[in-house]
Write a protein that binds this ligand. Structure first.
Ligand SMILES: Cc1cc2nc3c(=O)[nH]c(=O)nc-3n(C[C@H](O)[C@H](O)[C@H](O)COP(=O)(O)OP(=O)(O)OC[C@H]3O[C@@H](n4cnc5c(N)ncnc54)[C@H](O)[C@@H]3O)c2cc1C
Length: 430
């Protein structure tokens, strides 16, 4: 097994750039022996390392991160986090599924809150609620079905027409929206930095330490450009990059998606962002554009998808600027300060792959677009699986497991056909 390829992102992450500079931990060097080695310092890897340290406080744990903390997808995302998600519908099967998933989500979110409180991690976490916005007739239909489901469940919500959307978020782009009270926004790079910089003392985190190869000969041997690590147990928390080690190639696809943060609006124009001081909008269609406020005077837009390979910077810049200006034409003179791409692992049925991969080898990957909470709880549970206190059936009953994806060339053909159809359906939601 060998890995030479890390997800490559030419542009630095805007969330990271908004924070003061941080000095990365030194790369791994020389010969290192540890009981546990964790590959990847995203939400999944850091949760696994922290929980292993709690359960086995005298063990040496080494975390190897290929880039620097905050420059992986865990710092590059849109910062939507929630302990609970809305059910897909009010049908009994969907309700049961949501109850089980929400129990797990609450476990992950509460654990994150406890860590933040213990270590004074500030990441602009705020309970903002969430808007599901529809820019097309088909999207409006989805939003109305969702309203019926939340009404049946007696969850607090507000259905917003175009005028009310404009009043709240400053744009007439949307035909309607559903505001629900669940849902937090946060600064993802600040959170992942805080988690990395508050690891227990028996965890050593090395940055700029990509694992190039992994092989089992008695112990597990991991190689980075400057170190050899021997470990009894290995957790691969590299998300889609696990495929570079030869694992889960028939379960995961790598998706690139892109985000940008606007220039700060001058004080006299801030009112154009609506009356809500902080808000986040998810599109009715799954290929639609996410929009949120960032601090008092900026917006973030996240849009575009590419499969297995990134898009050109020129295309991304034009497309993101257009997403922003179509929604806020009066802000045509405001540009984008930060533009970046990130990868995530998608599975066909939306379920993650989680569990035991081989002798002393464990992995969790494929949180799709919701890894802040899901990655945290699944990383924590992976450590508990290693310690023998988590039953895999419980996780699989809650989340299911990633199903099989067709091999190449059928996979690429299938993906291109499905995404062309979905892009067409998404229309103005994108
Ligand atoms: C633009 C964008 C917006 C998103 N929005 C949201 C959102 O609003 N809310 C949400 O919950 N989720 C969102 N997601 C998804 C979320 O970011 C992921 O689900 C989450 O980051 C997964 O966490 P992870 O720890 O499993 O993987 P990652 O965050 O990908 O972490 C894996 C780490 O492994 C490292 N790595 C890879 N290969 C190696 C190697 N060989 N050696 C060492 N290290 C390696 C990588 O550098 C990376 O830091 C978004 C994703 C993107 C890209």
């Amino acid at each position: 097994m060998s890995s030479a390829v890390l997800p490559h992102h030419p542009d630095p992450c805007g969330w990271n750039a908004l924070l003061p500079p941080r000095t990365p931990n030194a790369p791994a060097s020389g010969k290192i022996t540890a009981k546990y080695a964790v590959v990847g310092a995203g939400y999944t890897g850091l949760a696994a390392a922290r929980r292993l340290a709690e359960l086995d406080p005298t063990a040496d744990i080494v975390v190897l991160e290929g880039t620097t903390v905050g420059e992986g997808a865990s710092g590059r995302n849109s910062g939507f986090a929630s302990p609970r998600d809305l059910p897909a519908s009010a049908a009994p099967a969907d309700l049961q599924k949501a109850i089980a998933l929400n129990r797990s989500g609450e476990e992950g979110f509460d654990w994150l809150l406890a860590i933040m409180a213990e270590h004074n991690i500030t990441c602009d976490l705020e309970l903002t609620g969430r808007i599901k916005g529809a820019a097309t007739d088909a999207g409006a239909q989805i939003v109305r079905s969702l309203r019926d489901a939340v009404a049946q469940l007696e969850l607090p919500h507000e259905f917003l027409d175009t005028d009310q959307m404009q009043q709240r978020i400053g744009t007439r782009y949307y035909k309607c929206g559903l505001y629900t009270h669940e849902g937090y926004l946060l600064q993802p790079a600040a959170l992942i930095r805080g988690l990395a910089d508050s690891l227990p003392s028996n965890v050593r985190l090395h940055e700029n330490s990509p694992v190039l190869s992994l092989r089992k000969q008695g112990k597990w041997h991991l190689k980075t450009p400057t170190a050899h690590i021997d470990a009894d147990y290995v957790v691969i928390a590299a998300n889609a990059a696990i495929k570079e080690f030869g694992f889960l190639r028939s379960r995961l696809v790598t998706i690139y998606t892109y985000a940008a943060i606007t220039q700060a609006l001058p004080p006299h124009e801030i009112a154009q962002l609506g009356s809500m001081a902080n808000w986040g909008l998810l599109a009715a269609h799954r290929l639609g554009t996410t929009v949120r406020r960032v601090g008092p005077d900026r917006l973030m837009v996240r849009s575009l998808y590419a499969y297995e390979r990134g898009l050109s910077s020129e295309h991304v810049n034009d497309a993101l600027l257009s997403c922003f200006h179509r929604r806020y034409p009066a802000l045509w003179h405001i540009g984008l300060d930060y533009i970046w791409g990130g990868t995530t692992a998608l599975t066909m049925n939306g379920a993650p792959w989680w569990g035991h991969l081989g002798d002393g080898l464990y992995a969790s990957a494929g949180c799709n677009g919701a890894g802040i909470v899901k990655g945290t709880v699944l990383g924590k549970r992976l450590a508990e699986l290693i310690a023998g206190i988590c039953k895999p059936d419980d996780i699989h009953a809650t989340y299911g497991t990633a199903n099989w994806v067709a091999p190449e060339p059928f996979r690429t053909i299938g993906f291109n056909v499905i995404s062309a159809i979905e892009r067409r359906k998404a229309g103005r939601e994108a």
